[in-house]
Design a protein around this ligand. Structure first.
Ligand code: SF4
Length: 218
């Protein structure tokens, strides 16, 4: 059986609750609840992209990020627009919608000055001290841009205008995959065995459309 294509958000949704993930994304027997936070995030990403790559003014409600945008725009190197990147199961770069896609990812903004890359992801949610998503984006960029040897990975937390960052070297590739592959194996195994059990979590009470689950509402 061919491996299922995945991304960080797919893996996270599966790990949070396999049953909800399957109902929403695989069988599609339920519709996902509309998500204002996600809509807001999309708006912010678009406004930042317009500011950083097209020098368009930020809308008034985001104008307080201007100084940060200037810092990012002035960072040394060539500005990279949003990068929609994908690799195949042999860890080779491939087209985002190609048949052999194994893993996909999107990088919001980058500055490339060979052999260094600044990789930026804008986060509109609650700040966390977790880096696995950044780890995945960094390793994908190493596969995608073979000239890159060092990456400074940065989350920009828009709610409190703070950065969290992590440095990567090309020699980190094996360690990063060593952390991710067991997680991906569980994801692929679920498809092989058609096993997507319910896993109670913070969404059960009010934010899950799978009404026939015994945890729904509790
Ligand atoms: S109610 Fe909770 S456990 Fe049940 S499918 Fe939804 S998220 Fe999963």
């Amino acid at each position: 059986m061919k491996d299922r294509a995945w991304s960080y958000s797919v893996l996270s949704a599966f790990e949070l609750c396999p049953r909800k993930y399957h109902a929403e994304k695989v069988s599609r027997r339920v519709s996902e609840k509309s998500n204002h936070a996600a809509d807001y995030g999309t708006e912010v990403h678009k406004a930042f992209e317009n500011r950083l790559l097209r020098n368009k003014k930020l809308p008034l409600d985001l104008r307080h990020h201007e100084k940060i945008m200037v810092r990012l725009a002035n960072h040394e190197g060539e500005s990279l627009p949003e990068q929609r990147i994908a690799i195949n199961a042999d860890f080779e770069s491939t087209g985002f919608f190609d048949d052999d896609v194994w893993c996909r990812g999107v990088v919001d903004f980058g500055k490339l000055k060979e052999p260094n890359l600044l990789l930026v992801d804008h986060k509109t949610g609650r700040m966390k001290e977790e880096f696995d998503q950044l780890d995945l984006m960094a390793v994908m960029m190493f596969h995608h841009l073979e000239e890159v040897e060092n990456i400074i990975g940065v989350f920009y937390w828009t709610k409190n205008k703070r950065f969290t960052k992590k440095n990567y070297a090309r020699s980190d590739i094996a360690d990063i995959w060593g952390d991710f592959l067991p997680r991906v194996e569980k994801f692929q195994k679920a498809f092989e065995t058609d096993s997507f059990p319910a896993k109670s979590n913070f969404l059960c009470k009010r934010h899950c459309p799978v009404k026939d689950c015994k945890y729904n509402g509790s």
